[in-house]
Structure formats: structure tokens, C-alpha cells
Ligand binder design. Sequence first.
Ligand code: NAP
Ligand code: MG
Length: 402
Amino acid sequence: MEKITMSTPLVEMDGDEMAAILWKETKEKLVLPFVDLKVEYYDLSVRNRDETEDQVTLDSAEATKKYGVAVKCATITPNLERVQEYNLKKMWKSPNATIRAALDGTVFRAPILIKGIQPYVTSWKQPITLARHAYGDLYRAAEMRIEQPGKCELVFTDENGQETRQLIHQFKGPGVVSGSHNLDSSIRGFARCCMNYALDVKQNLLFSAKDTISKVYDRQFREIFKQVFMEEYMEDFNQADITYEYCLIDDAVSKAIKSEGGYVWACQNYDGDVMSDMLATAYGSAAMMTSVLVSPGGQYEYEAAHGTVRRHYYRYLEGGVAYTNPLAIIFAWGSALEKRGELDGNIQLADFGRRLRQVTVQTVERGIMTADLKKVTTIPNPHVVTGLRFIDLVQKQLMEEF
Ligand code: NAP
Ligand code: MG
């Protein structure tokens, strides 16, 4: 069997706990036997981030900028408990936040749809991909508790000291107030990411906000999306036979439930936070969500949407068994290899990445699955296996083909 060769390395970001165990197994059993794999390897396990004062995370983001495609394992974002558990020097920042900031990217989340694994919304035939703006709004808002009667105003002071004021509310008693902001540059970057992504997957793009109520703030989002579309993307969209549409958030929600799916739904920060949880749950299992960070510069970082699955890890350490679902991890590898192949004009590599995902789906369709899927499947007499065993069975299938 001749292995598929690569010209440009993939940036590999290793991670923690159960996800890291399935990660290694996926690489060794499902990639290395078939691909003469070239990687720039970065160990983002929490111990190594601690060791390198988190430099390794920055380096991995730089490598992604340089090479263009990365694949990332789930990593621990330390909280106080984790600092004690791993005896860390400090509470390091979330690697995902660091990488997102470095690449100025947008996160796209899409579920893996499989015949026999039924989403709760029965009309969905194709996945809805959710794109969440990751800057500003509620998440960077200044908030204030108002204790007594008084006047609350928005005040903007320009560089010459000139003030512009607007009344928020004349308080007659106690209350609360919040000041949000966003930036044209960030919204524009978000719009470009979404449009590039829609072109990439050849699906219609929908952007939702509430500009009927928020006539300046949300209106600005709508205007920027429209402008970016008209000036930079309309021709490409026409050629790809896809559409861009603005939609009120209320309509977008009801459309999501009534539609057959198969489109990209761009959301403002808060809407995206809430709606991605709704979509993930409605599709049956958190372990079936894929995630890709796309930068305006056209860099891609693929990962599973789930975390390090700590609970399973400790069970695994005790008895060596875990029914952890490796699908999203296998998909991350498959999609990253496919994208690398596409960018390099390496058809064999792109085909292999796609085939890896297909064989994985077919394995589940044959009734072989981890315990989480057993709860939501309509396939009769499913055969429940551990995550590691599942990977073995996918490998067996791939071996037969190659
Ligand atoms: P988690 O790792 O996603 O796991 C939460 C629960 O979801 C699991 O206990 C399990 O439920 C279920 N689950 C998740 N993935 C699964 C899979 N592949 N197969 C089967 N079941 C799966 O979230 P967490 O426990 O809240 O977080 C653990 C660590 O992950 C944290 O340190 C956090 O910082 C990190 N994290 C990292 C990322 C990332 O790197 N992208 C994202 C989120 C969280 P049952 O136990 O009921 O089976
Ligand atoms: Mg949320």
C-alpha cells in the first residue's frame, strides 16, 4: 500500500485527558497508515502550556498563520480546581481564546448528521452551521447598578474633548444599566469569514439581528454585511449559486425549526451563544458537533466542539474502558486533511480526508456506536463499543479499501 504524500505540513495541536487519548489513537490508526503525514507538532496539553509559560499556544497560532491549516485536540482551560489538580503556576488563559484572538477568527459549528441518529427536529435533513461573532456586545459591556433617582446618559468624548450626549433613562428609583459596543472592523471581519465559509461549503448564508428595535447598533451590523456582500462577494455567490439574506432574529429562529437545514446561520455574539447550545442539543449529542475557526485571512483550525471529557478520563484511568465518542475528533482530522489537500491541489489527500469521514459515518450506520448514540438511535440492535474499539473498526474498513 502506497501512502499519500503531503507537500505542506498540517499544524497539529495536541491536548488533554480523554480527548488526547482518542486523538493519539485517531492519528496512529486512521491517518499514519494511509498518509505520509507531515505535521508541525505543538503540545498544548496543560502541563506543557504551564512549562512553556503558554508560549507554545502562541507559537501554534503563529504556525497556523504561516501554514494555513491546523487540527486541534480539546484542551483544559484551567480554573482554580484545575490549577490544584495539575499543580499549575497560574490560571492560564483559554487556548481557544488565545488562538481566536491571534487569528481574528470566527467559529463555525456544525453537527454530524447520520442516518439512524435522529435529530429532535425531524424536518432537518442537512446540518445548520452556526457562525457566532466572537467580539463585543454583552460580553464586553460596562454595567452599572443604579441605586437612587437620577439621570443616566451615554456620553461620547472625542479626541478634542467635544461631547455628544444621549439620555438613557431618567431614573425615578433603583434599576440597572448596561453599555455595549462593537467595532466596524470586527463586524466586517466577521462578515467576510461567514461569506468565505458559505462559499467554501456552497450553502446559503443567513445573517440575523434585531434592527427593527436596535435601529443604530444592529442596523450597523446589517449595513456592514450588506456592504461587504455587494462589494466583495456577490459575484462569487452568484457563480456558486448560493444566496445571502438578512433576516430578523425571530424569523431566523422559526425558520431554523421549520426548514430542512443546509445553510449557514450567522449570529451576533449573544444569539450565537444561545442558539449553538439549542442546535447542539437538538441534534442529539454534544459529541456530534464539529467546530472550525476560520480567519478573515483564510486560515482554518479544525476541532471537536466538546471538551476533554474529564469524567470519562478518570473512569478510563481506573479501568481502561471508556465509551467516549470519537466522531468529532475523527471529523476534525478528516476535514483538516481535506482542506490541506484542497489548498495544495493534492486531490488524493483531499479525497482521503473526505473518505475518512464517510467511512466513520458508515460504521455508525452499520449499527456500531458508543453509548451516547445508543440513547438517540433508531437503528435496531445497535452494537455498543468503546471509543478505542470504534476507531479500530473504522481502521479495518479503511484497510479493506486501500
Ligand atoms: P466536556 O469535556 O465536553 O464533557 C461534558 C460531558 O459531555 C461529558 O462528561 C459527557 O457526558 C459528554 N461528552 C462530551 N464529549 C463526549 C464524547 N466525545 N463522547 C461521549 N460523551 C461526551 O465538558 P466539561 O467536562 O465541561 O469540560 C472538561 C474540560 O474540557 C474542561 O477543563 C474544559 O476547560 C475543557 N473544554 C475544552 C474545550 C476545547 O478545547 N475546545 C471545549 C469545552 C471544554 P457524560 O459524562 O454524561 O457521559
Ligand atoms: Mg452557551
